[in-house]
Design a protein around this ligand. Structure first.
Ligand SMILES: Cc1cc2nc3c(=O)[nH]c(=O)nc-3n(C[C@H](O)[C@H](O)[C@H](O)COP(=O)(O)OP(=O)(O)OC[C@H]3O[C@@H](n4cnc5c(N)ncnc54)[C@H](O)[C@@H]3O)c2cc1C
Length: 380
């Protein structure tokens, strides 16, 4: 397998790297401190065409696929893990439409979302249904007379939940069937009965909005059903497969960003009359970090390639995420360590990167769930 970026991928890397290193980096600390959604940054990403990656031209996209998207995610996450995460996760809505939407749904939603006039979100998690999506309680019961689904329940921890104009909400359309009665339904912001609950105050990726969505007799036309009724569980899991590759790329980016800073700092920081980079203990840290990042990146690219070939990538995506997220936690820890006490201070970006890295072990399925997925493929 060729791990070298092709010409188009190099162009994306150069474009996003230039933006990230010269523009995005400037506000990263403030965005983290304020915990406010970075709307201006999202506009920049639209202008660069990044929201069009993976979307065909007929829907205002620029084509290509997961392999190109992860290049952009990594470059963004190198300087701001929250922005890398928002960019990656908000694209699940587009993928949901491309994979399962009707022609009408694609025409209605995709150009709007791709051109940045609207954002989309993915809402599966509930207060008592996290890893166990089968415990979903939110219902969407079809009112045969009006041809509308009536949604009741709530969803927790939804990324860009309040910013999004459209949310794909997973509800029980046939509650008696439990997991086999789950369906994805597109709900538009402003629909009566759809409100917002708690806005989370988080440890890391603080500018990435995380919100509770509340549905009380919220009526949605049945045309908003995504894919086949009662097939939502499989739909959600298949969307998560691809989304996990994005989270893994986010982890690689955060780790690479922290290594770059650690190398620079180690060359500048003088102790015992010489730069700490000349101490073998520090050199060994740097060598371990670089090796772990390279290995994790290769696995992420491998998973992306399989996804782009249209093959099932459940196991590869889980492996890529499990490995990259653990690596990012370890590498950001070492990068902070190399900065000594300064790494612990908010004057330096390391403590933010260390906090940001942690989320990659949790969202889009925890590391324990990735292990479950991987072991299932071994024990068939
Ligand atoms: C910042 C953030 C953003 C998020 N964004 C979204 C979003 O946009 N959309 C969305 O739908 N969700 C989102 N989530 C939810 C996220 O996917 C869940 O938090 C995650 O899947 C874990 O669920 P939980 O928090 O309920 O933990 P739980 O499922 O309660 O897990 C608790 C612990 O038990 C372990 N565990 C659970 N089951 C098993 C098992 N079978 N075997 C071994 N260990 C197990 C877990 O790994 C974990 O360590 C987000 C979460 C966060 C924190």
């Amino acid at each position: 397998m060729n791990f070298e970026l092709n010409e188009k991928q190099q162009d994306i890397r150069d474009l996003v790297r230039d933006y990230a290193q010269n523009e995005l980096v400037k506000g990263a600390e403030e965005r983290d401190r304020r915990g406010e959604f970075p709307s201006e940054v999202m506009n920049d990403l639209v202008e660069m065409g990044l929201t069009g990656i993976g979307v065909p031209e007929e829907y205002d996209g620029i084509g290509m696929g997961v392999s190109e998207k992860i290049v952009a995610v990594e470059e963004l996450a190198k300087v701001d893990g929250a922005v890398g995460g928002i960019y990656s996760i908000s694209s699940i809505f587009q993928q949901a439409l491309l994979k399962y939407g009707t022609d009408e749904q694609k025409e209605k939603y995709l150009p709007e979302v791709t051109s940045g006039r609207a954002m989309g979100a993915f809402a599966l998690t509930e207060a008592n249904a996290g890893s166990d999506a089968g415990a979903t309680k939110t219902t969407a019961i079809l009112d045969e007379k009006t041809g509308e689904y009536v949604i009741n329940g709530s969803k927790t921890f939804i990324t860009t939940g309040k910013q999004a104009k459209y949310v794909c909400v997973f509800c029980l359309t046939s509650p008696e069937l439990k997991t086999k009665g789950l369906s994805g339904i597109i709900v538009e912001k402003g629909t009566p009965g759809f409100t917002y609950g708690k806005i989370e105050d988080k440890m890391g990726i603080r500018s990435s909005e995380t919100v509770e969505l509340v549905f009380q007799n919220c009526r949605v036309p049945k045309e908003n059903l995504l894919g086949t009724e009662n097939k939502g569980f499989g739909i959600a899991l298949s969307l998560l497969d691809t989304a996990r590759i994005g989270v893994a790329a986010q982890a690689v980016g955060i780790a690479q960003g922290s290594l770059d800073l650690a190398v620079k700092y180690a060359k500048e920081r003088m102790q015992f009359g010489k730069p700490v980079a000349q101490l073998q203990g520090i050199q060994w840290y740097l060598a371990e970090m670089a090796t772990q990042i390279a290995a994790a990146r290769a696995l992420v690219f491998y998973a992306a390639k399989i996804a782009d070939e249209g093959k099932r990538h459940t196991t590869e995506a889980a492996m890529a995420k499990l490995n990259a997220s653990r690596m990012a936690r370890e590498v950001t820890n070492l990068a902070l360590q190399i900065h000594g006490g300064y790494g612990y201070m908010k004057d330096f970006p390391l403590e933010r990167m260390y906090r940001d890295a942690k989320i990659t072990e949790i969202y889009e399925g925890t590391s324990e769930i990735q292990k479950l997925v991987i072991s299932r493929s071994l024990l068939v």
